[in-house]
Design a protein around this ligand. Structure first.
Ligand code: ADP
Ligand code: MG
Length: 346
């Protein structure tokens, strides 16, 4: 499914035909393959998939992150109308923070250990909120730290990152990302390592932010409960490829790709532990040379043809696409009603 020109213009982010490799010249290894993804204003999109599937790579590309050990082998990333890999340093800097912000995985690690919390905030606030004087910046810092549920936010600006727990540092990184009031907020596993109370508070904060400001979000997560509560759309990545993309309630209740089915079945539900027969094992990276479907070696439905031909992306419902040649056959063999499991929403 190619990205239409009109969609790119209206989109907050548009990824088109993206192939990305890690490594070095002469020794590149594919990590993302043929990724097409358009995110509309105000959407809250979950990106799910096993670890190693390329979620963090995709998230960092939206910020135009350049690395020596990575190359764009094909495709384009457009964010708020800008081709982010064609921007010069200054323009990219302007786009980041104010318009697009990332809360990285292990966000605490993005804080500078030798700088007080106040210094982190005053830098971004000076750039993005020139209307604020020193006092107002301090007040805004405390307000942001309070919003993310940091205990004693008034005392926090004077402290150094190591004086907070990992979960608190993650929340400080989130407050910092919010300080520029971005149009697109990319969150890489923000609930990982948070206790249940903080997790709930973070989710309601993100929901409020989205309702109040219409902030568009890409939410990378393993946490399907959080995804169900926050996101209106789910994109499933397997070995660097999007295998399913659709409205959250549909993907959660009637997943169409066998990998999505296995991924959902391997997560705990309200009714009890995960279905042990569904647990995925083994792994395979993307292999651009492989002829067939990259999930075929692990798929219990795979037919010989699946190993020979790459599946095309098919539309299976409104705004719902799936890359599986057998999705219709599997839907008949495993109707959604037979799963009968209700997903935890608390
Ligand atoms: N700097 C790197 N050099 C080489 N390979 C990398 C690098 N960073 C990530 N990878 C590989 O890219 C794949 C995707 O990684 P990542 O985007 O972190 O996945 P996820 O966030 O889904 O766990 C993994 O196989 C990982 O080993
Ligand atoms: Mg990751």
């Amino acid at each position: 499914m190619r990205v239409e020109a009109r969609d790119v213009r209206d989109a907050v982010a548009a990824i088109d035909g993206l192939d990305v490799d890690y490594g070095r010249p002469g020794a590149w290894r594919p990590v993302l393959r043929s990724v097409d993804l358009t995110i509309a204003p105000g959407e809250r999109v979950a990106l799910i998939g096993e670890s190693g599937s390329g979620k963090s790579t995709l998230a960092s590309l939206l910020l135009g992150e350049r690395r020596e050990d990575r190359r764009l082998a094909a495709g384009r990333v457009t964010v708020l109308g800008h081709d982010v890999f064609a921007l010069d340093r200054r323009s990219l800097q302007r786009l980041r923070g104010r318009r697009v912000a990332l809360v990285p995985q292990n966000g605490g690690a993005s804080l500078t250990p030798t700088r007080r919390i106040a210094a982190h905030f005053s830098e971004t606030l000076r750039t993005h909120r020139p209307d604020l004087d020193r006092r107002a910046r301090r007040a805004r810092t405390i307000e942001l730290l309070g919003e993310v549920g940091l205990p004693a936010p008034e005392a926090a600006p004077r402290l150094y990152p190591h004086q907070f727990s990992g979960g608190q540092q993650q929340r400080i990184a989130l407050a910092l990302a919010m300080s520029g009031d971005p149009d697109l907020l990319v969150l890489d596993e923000p609930t990982t390592g948070q206790d249940a109370v903080t997790r709930r508070a973070l989710l309601s904060l993100l929901r409020a932010l989205s309702a109040r400001r219409g902030t568009t979000m890409l939410f990378v997560s393993h946490d399907l409960t959080a995804v169900a509560q926050l996101c209106d759309r789910i994109v499933v990545l397997y070995a660097g490829e999007i295998v399913e993309d659709g409205p959250a309630e549909i993907v959660l209740s009637d997943p169409r790709h066998p990998y999505t089915k296995a991924l959902l079945a391997s997560a705990p539900t309200l009714d009890g532990p995960p279905d042990p027969t569904a647990i995925l094992d083994g792994s395979s990276g993307p292999d651009r040379a492989a002829a067939g479907c990259s999930f075929a070696p692990r798929c219990r439905h795979a037919a010989p043809a699946c190993r020979e031909h790459r599946p095309t992306v098919e539309t299976v419902g409104p705004r719902h696409r799936v890359a599986c040649a057998l999705h219709e056959v599997i839907a008949v063999a495993l109707p959604p009603a037979s799963s009968g499991k209700s997903r935890a929403t608390a």
